[in-house]
Design a protein around this ligand. Structure first.
Ligand SMILES: *Cc1c(COP(=O)(O)O)cnc(C)c1O
Length: 394
């Protein structure tokens, strides 16, 4: 069945928590305190499938279970295949480990000069500032270290990392991630951004966060002031399905945007969530309406226990092909595979080029029609002596 959505509707309201005061609901600390973290809490609101129940029992040895009330409301409780549900409720499949999967599939640990810092690319570093998130994505790339479920002993070393960045003048771009950086207090973020801004060679500061999606209440006026003060600070949010684009998220994006934070989105291609061109198109259209530019669409990393989310790369290419030309260029993310073992992000694109010769490029447009672009110029001399360009068409 093709995905259709009510384009006019932006979900809002307190749903299952309508009895809670609006003040509590809008308070991000209330949302965190009232997260659903146990089977019993989940079962109060929905009937878990046996598959989910099995997953919940194991979850805390692998990656903690936690869902904010706000995000839980987005689940369609009558649909065991709900795309929101699949992202945050564990399944027994997480215990299935395939031979190609790895704990540290991106080889981050070997590119880490200081605990919490990954320096893979020449001019930029990934700075993992915490191991906590507001809610846990079951396909998390860093499940080995987030939520402290696996004895990984992850302790980011801010001071050492900052000194490393200070000493490495080639680092012009710092990406704060984790865990979710926006779980740090305002005071800590203010300090961290201030320290980074004071480093002359750091030109570009950005944050990767799913907080706007899991906990939009965290995007307070005070937090926005901090981004304004240390700006420009860029941010990549993380949505996977159009239903995540609620009125609350839209409002949070507006606050960020008005504070001068340019917004991008990263999605992970997930089986049963967004491996469908209509779903993806609805998502990217909603993102543009929220002032968010789709940035990356990731092929899922080879994390342990993630094979039930894996989508064929050919499907990903087909989805990008279905977008290109058919909708605004601004709406189209770059599809990438983060190379296993630590090769960095590599773009994967539909192939439009049929052939390239000395004379021309032959390629197809979005409708599949063939076009030619001449590579050689052939000047012609007119009777009057002027050299006129000539059109070369096959
Ligand atoms: C993704 C990533 C970056 C940022 O890559 P961009 O393509 O510039 O967004 C930097 N360092 C590491 C280790 C990464 O995984």
């Amino acid at each position: 069945m093709p995905y259709t959505e009510d384009r006019a509707a932006w979900f809002e309201g307190q749903g299952l928590w309508s009895q809670v005061s609006a003040t509590d609901w809008r308070d991000w600390t209330w949302q965190l305190k009232n997260r659903l973290t146990t089977v019993e809490q989940l079962e109060r609101y929905l009937t878990l499938t046996p598959e989910e129940k099995a997953g919940c029992l194991f979850a805390n040895q692998k990656l903690a279970l936690a869902i904010t009330p706000y995000f839980f409301n987005l689940i369609d409780r009558n649909d065991p295949h709900c795309p929101i549900r699949r992202q945050v409720i564990p399944r027994g499949d997480e215990m299935v480990v395939s031979s190609e999967e790895m704990l540290d599939s991106l080889g981050e640990d070997k590119h880490s000069p200081v605990p919490g810092l990954v320096h893979r690319y020449p001019d930029r570093v990934l700075f993992l500032v915490t191991d906590r998130c507001a809610a846990y994505c079951r396909y998390c790339t860093r499940s080995r270290l987030v939520s402290n479920a696996q004895d990984y002993n992850f302790h980011p070393e801010y001071e050492q990392a900052l000194r490393y960045i200070e000493a490495h003048t080639e680092v012009r771009d710092v990406l704060l991630s984790g865990g979710d950086p926006l779980l740090l207090s305002d005071k800590k973020l203010d300090h961290l951004l201030g320290r980074l801004r004071a480093i002359k060679h750091v030109e570009f500061i950005r944050i990767g966060s799913r907080i706007p999606v899991f906990l939009p209440q965290r995007i307070t006026a005070e937090l926005c002031e901090i981004f304004k003060k240390h700006g420009p600070v860029w941010m990549s949010i993380h949505t996977n399905h159009p239903r995540e684009c609620t009125q609350e998220l839209k409002d949070a994006c507006e606050r960020l945007s008005f504070a001068g934070v340019p917004l991008g989105n990263q999605s992970v291609l997930l089986r049963g969530v967004n491996d469908d061109a209509d779903v993806m198109q609805a998502l990217v259209h909603r993102l543009l309406r929220m002032r968010v530019r789709p940035y990356y669409l990731y092929q899922m990393d080879l994390i342990t226990g993630g094979s039930h989310f894996k989508v064929d790369v050919r499907k990903g290419i087909e989805i990008i092909r279905a977008l290109r030309g058919h909708t605004s260029g601004y709406a189209i993310p770059q599809y990438v595979i983060d190379a296993p073992g630590g090769g960095g992000k590599v773009p994967i694109n539909p192939d439009y080029v049929e052939k390239i010769t000395e004379d021309e490029v032959v390629f197809r447009n979005f409708e599949g029609k063939i076009f030619h672009y001449p590579l050689k110029s052939t000047p012609v001399v007119t009777p009057g002596g002027a050299r006129m360009p000539v059109e070369v068409h096959a």
